[in-house]
Design a binder for this molecule. Structure first.
Ligand code: AMP
Ligand code: MG
Length: 329
């Protein structure tokens, strides 16, 4: 009897041991949210834990989209756009903090980052190749100015000082959502993960023994990586003229708007920013795109713990000082 059972028990123990161990692994998930594709990669002890972490991240992304999307009528952002030119609109502490942060980046970038770009921006429909006429752009761009957005911290309200002003958080909300997701994962005890929403990525820890390899894509060839950066515990955002665009008479009309002109800028093809938090890398990648190589690098070099890689309109690479190797004697 014993002779018969012992080998069987051994096999069961070995099998259980093997299957439990085999479940501690990297898990990868991808889904659509906020008009883009989201990605989660994490190391977890079991599939159950990985799925739980994924559901928490998904819920957080959905919640932020419901709060900040200009395409959802019931969002707080839509309410601001409907009412703030007529009355002070009281908003949640969370949205108020994002508005404050947006205005901080406007001041820092001398207006290159400006959420009121939407006063003109909402007239573009990239999938349908629709752009407003020059006359409309020139009229509407007078409504782009972050100084029209007035915040009152006492009552936590927002007011537009001008009629026709519209705001959109497309240049900062995905970065914020990625930061929130990383916070949630940390609370769950996850030690190594990557969260991305479109071009905004943040990584937690390392990828096992190695750093994470983050690719910067060739702006003119989706399949090709121009560089791979070995990174750990940082945020990386890339803004590119290839994300949402159409071509008209050879001109590339895309989604990053120069607040000064109401039109997309063409001096660079992509900007990648490395920072501690994705809210910062997101806002600055959009800003540096507008500022161009010279002014953009000057800004980044002035800031601590921020780096940039810019691909200009000829495909040439430019790096911030923090990424340059010291010259050999
Ligand atoms: P990103 O995807 O981070 O490069 O940001 C591009 C998005 O930011 C666009 O799709 C717009 O929603 C928004 N955006 C465009 N131009 C500006 C600007 N000058 N300042 C702030 N947000 C902008
Ligand atoms: Mg950005």
């Amino acid at each position: 009897m014993m002779k018969y059972f012992l080998p069987r028990i051994c096999i069961i123990i070995i099998y259980l041991g093997f299957s439990l161990q085999a479940q501690a692994q990297w898990y990868q998930y991808q889904w659509q949210v906020m008009g883009t594709s989201a990605k989660l990669e994490l190391w977890a002890d079991s599939k159950q834990r990985a799925l739980f972490a994924k559901s928490i991240v998904q819920q957080e992304f959905d919640r932020i989209e419901q709060l900040m999307s200009p395409y959802i009528e019931s969002s707080e952002l839509s309410e601001i756009n409907r009412l703030a030119a007529r009355q002070a609109v009281i908003v949640s502490g969370e949205l108020y903090a994002i508005l404050e942060k947006s205005l901080y980046f406007s001041t820092l970038t001398e207006g290159a980052f400006d959420i009121s770009f939407a006063s003109v921006g909402h007239l573009y429909q990239y999938p349908k190749a629709i752009a407003p006429t020059d006359a409309v752009i020139d009229e509407q761009r007078k409504k782009i100015d972050y100084r029209y957005i007035q915040l009152d911290p006492e009552v936590r309200s927002v007011t537009f000082k001008e009629r026709g002003v519209l705001i959109d958080l497309g240049g900062i909300a995905k970065g914020y959502a990625v930061d929130r997701a990383i916070q949630q994962l940390t609370t769950l005890g996850v030690k190594a993960a990557l969260v991305a929403a479109g071009g905004d990525t943040r990584i937690l820890g390392r990828r096992g023994e190695y750093p994470w390899m983050i690719a910067i894509q060739d702006p003119r060839d989706k399949q090709k990586a121009i560089i791979r950066l070995p990174l750990a515990d940082v945020a990386v955002s890339t803004s590119g003229d290839y994300e949402r665009y159409f071509l008209r008479d050879g001109e590339r009309i895309h989604h990053i708007i120069n607040p000064g002109t109401g039109r997309s800028t063409s001096s660079v093809r992509s900007v990648t920013i490395i920072a501690d938090e994705a809210i910062t890398s997101d806002a600055l990648s959009t800003s540096v795109f507008v500022l161009g190589v010279k002014r953009g690098l000057a800004l980044v070099n002035r800031l601590s713990a921020i780096d940039a890689i810019i691909i200009d309109d000829k495909g040439l690479l430019h790096y911030s000082d923090g990424l340059l190797m010291p010259a050999l004697d």
